[in-house]
Design a protein around this ligand. Sequence first.
Ligand code: IVH
Length: 675
Amino acid sequence: MSSSAAENKIEVLREKIRHHEYRYYVLDDPEISDADFDKLMNELKRLEAEHPKLVTTDSPTQRVGGKPREGFVKAKHSSPMLSLDNAYSDEELRDWERRVHELSGRTDIEYMCELKLDGMSLALGYSDGRLERGITRGDGSTGEDVTSNVRTVRSVPLTVSKDKLKKAGIPADFEVRGEMLMPLAAFRRMNEERERQGLSVFANPRNATAGTVRQLEPSITAQRRMDFFAYMLLKDGRTYFDRQSKAMDALELAGFKVNPNRRLAKNLEEVWKFIQSWEAKRESLPYEIDGIVIKVDLTAWQRELGFTGKAPRWAIAYKYAARGGVTQIEDILVQVGRTGKLTPVAALKPIPIGGTTVSRATLHNMDEIERLGVKIGDWVEVERGGDVIPKVVKVVEDAGKNNEHPRGHKRFEMPEHCPVCGGNVVRTPGEVDHRCVNANCPAKLQGTILHFASRHVMNIDGLGEVLVNQLTERGVVKNVADLYKLTKDDLLQLERMGEKSAENVLAEIEASKKLPLDRVIYGLGIRFVGERTAQFLAEHFGSLDAIMKASAEELEEVNEVGPRIAESIVEFFGDEHNRKLVSDLRKAGLTFTGQKKEKGTKLAGKTFVLTGTLVRRTRDEAKKLIEDAGGRVSGSVSKKTDYVVAGSDAGSKLDKARELGVSVIGEEELEGLVG
Ligand code: IVH
């Protein structure tokens, strides 16, 4: 294909893909199937690979282009990003309106009512219709440049066509401010995944959003399915339209996701109706809100009203009361999770909160129990966010209430033995969690098998919780390798299992044997080894045997594998039960080898040490560059070091290199060596 024909074809494809991204991620109303969408995307990727010169930063293929970084660069806002004053009652709202009336000298004011989305505000800069920058709020005047993470959010347009801008009446250079958030479904999924990997879970979607926006690795942000709602349009740091309601409509026309649950109110009565109607309905939203934002609609009057300190006088946030209540802790139970982690859970005298009855609340860990000073029998305040597990916020120090309990107020102690299997419970120094150390603990077993069967691992459809519980309780399945020994008869013994379902499950199990090596590695459930690490391990070593034989030092040569992960892998394969498990999986016929990513040989046998601040690439990128060329990167300088690559501000390692007479090179020379 000629280059100009390819160029045309690529542009047509991009337009199509942008349209379908918009239908799917902004309107939530797709016109084509996921598979058809993937086809378009793959076609575009193929063409771009053939014509790399035609790749542009606003191509839909470039959402996850960024490489991991070591930190974020500070960036100044075009005008301060303000926060809002809060009102907690009808009365406080009226006080606010009174001030608005007094200061503006009028009473015929219209208000824009919007949901107060519970995420993190961001400023997106567009120039010539293209997304140039995404900046966090930071201290209001300076934030952090998180552009490569923002680009991964599918509801953020990477480019807005001239046509759309014209229709919306928006200039080519503009700024959009709005809220980045994590939908509840994504939040739940992420926490489950973290739980499986033995990582700490996020307390609520807002914290998860902040953690994700500030992720140093854009591909992780991309996996987390964030969403962005626009609520402000600026040009040169100033409000562009003469009304907030017009700005919202224009943003919508331009293809931004604007929250549809908004209303222009003629007076405070209408505002109040809006507030009340959403108090109940907020439970049904797929994301969390913590109130309603009320804004004076006319920009001219906003200007007249101005600001106090950090917040505008022309807007206010009405905050809903946290959904909580006071009840008594009847007992503290211990749950054992998939990684063997023991979680203390308060059994509560049942209490209705926000439409559901709450009888359990998590106490997280021993540190939290000590921080709260909570004992069995105490009266406590309990809070519940959207879909999150309720939690105990504090002990109610009310003598009248807090004095009687049939068993007195008993301090809770973590058991020394696992309540599920009786195995030893340990708390590793420096860690907050207590864990059951028995590798064969049934609680762990169920979790391990569910992880193994899940969609992103061995994708054994139909092997859900009910089935796994039965299989493990009956002792039919004692480890993941036993899944491959299951017979139709075994399955037919179980409750609610017919011929057809049994056959389906067996077919799924059989099919899983064909999945690639990285899935098998991920499926083993090695602590800290997630999907990505498993892929890197597979690419680096090319076989499970090679990984098993590797030393911690050799493992650390793998991209993104640090001492903690390396240690965990060595420990895993050092265990006799785990080695037996691997050998059973081999016998079952799972995939044990893969495509080793071929390394260059230019730097074969050479050892490098990186020091100082590199400017042309991040340290991880430099490491990868060296390793891909067959070299090795070490952390400290010795006589065996061949080169020290020194950036600016290089310190003691540079001195050491000079002392030992090791060659010191710069980034450009490194590039020269690699060729
Ligand atoms: S307007 C000066 N609109 O609430 C205008 N903010 O407490 C300030 N927020 O930092 C922002 N939903 O992160 C506005 N519809 C909405 C909002 C909203 C959520 C957040 C935003 C802001 C915080 C202030």
